[in-house]
Ligand binder design. Structure first.
Ligand SMILES: C[S@@+](CC[C@H](N)C(=O)[O-])C[C@H]1O[C@@H](n2cnc3c(N)ncnc32)[C@H](O)[C@@H]1O
Length: 184
């Protein structure tokens, strides 16, 4: 499905537009510290990071802080409501190291081997991001030594097993609730 069709798809809009209120709510910030979760992904200053399904930007702004001025964050989402909201937040925060992209993450359009770390935070499992298409695309855009960081919501035991079974990623460790993998 192309990005335009995906952005207009009923399932995405029905599920994620109401969910946007929860994703961006203050209560979420009280229940969960996004920086601590991002630290579980081992983000290093200066890295180039792809955030798949940035939603309302709960992780985007803190991730940009961890990457720093020398790094780059590509915040990607298929829904323009979200990319607009995140762009506004990025501008308000005066961040120069974030590029917000409206695009289907199954076909990112990013250069091969251009990314140090991919964040899949709160985006799998979901029908619009099937692992058999998502993982090869993430493998393609990651550099040889690149890593994949996965924070699962809802927690789904079969997902970590499927990632390893794909043969594309090797499990490293789980930290602060985040599963980390190295590109094979
Ligand atoms: C549950 S939300 C999580 C948002 C954010 N990561 C967070 O934790 O607050 C999932 C996000 O993935 C996006 N999404 C779903 N399928 C996508 C796809 N194929 N390409 C890009 N984004 C997608 C949705 O639009 C939504 O913003």
């Amino acid at each position: 499905m192309n990005t335009e069709d995906l952005g207009n798809s009923k399932i995405l809009n029905l599920l994620f537009k109401p969910a946007g209120m929860l994703m961006g709510s203050r209560a979420r910030g009280w229940l969960m510290n996004p920086v601590k979760t991002l630290q579980g992904a081992g983000i290093q200053p200066g890295q180039t990071v792809l955030e798949v399904g940035c939603g309302t930007g709960f992780f985007t702004i803190p991730a940009a802080g961890l990457i720093g001025d020398q790094g780059n964050l590509v915040a990607m989402d298929a829904l323009s409501d979200y990319t607009k909201r995140v762009s506004t937040k990025v501008q308000s925060a005066g961040l120069k190291n974030v590029r917000v992209v409206k695009r289907d993450a199954l076909d990112t359009g990013l250069d091969t081997a251009s990314i140090d770390k991919v964040l899949l935070f709160g985006v799998i499992p979901f029908p619009s991001l099937p692992l058999n298409q998502l993982l090869p695309e993430m493998h393609r855009v990651l550099k040889t030594e690149g890593t994949l960081a996965v924070w699962l919501f809802p927690v789904s035991g079969w997902v970590p097993k499927s990632i390893v079974r794909s043969g594309l990623f090797k499990y490293i460790h789980k930290r602060n609730g985040v599963y980390n993998y190295r590109r094979c």
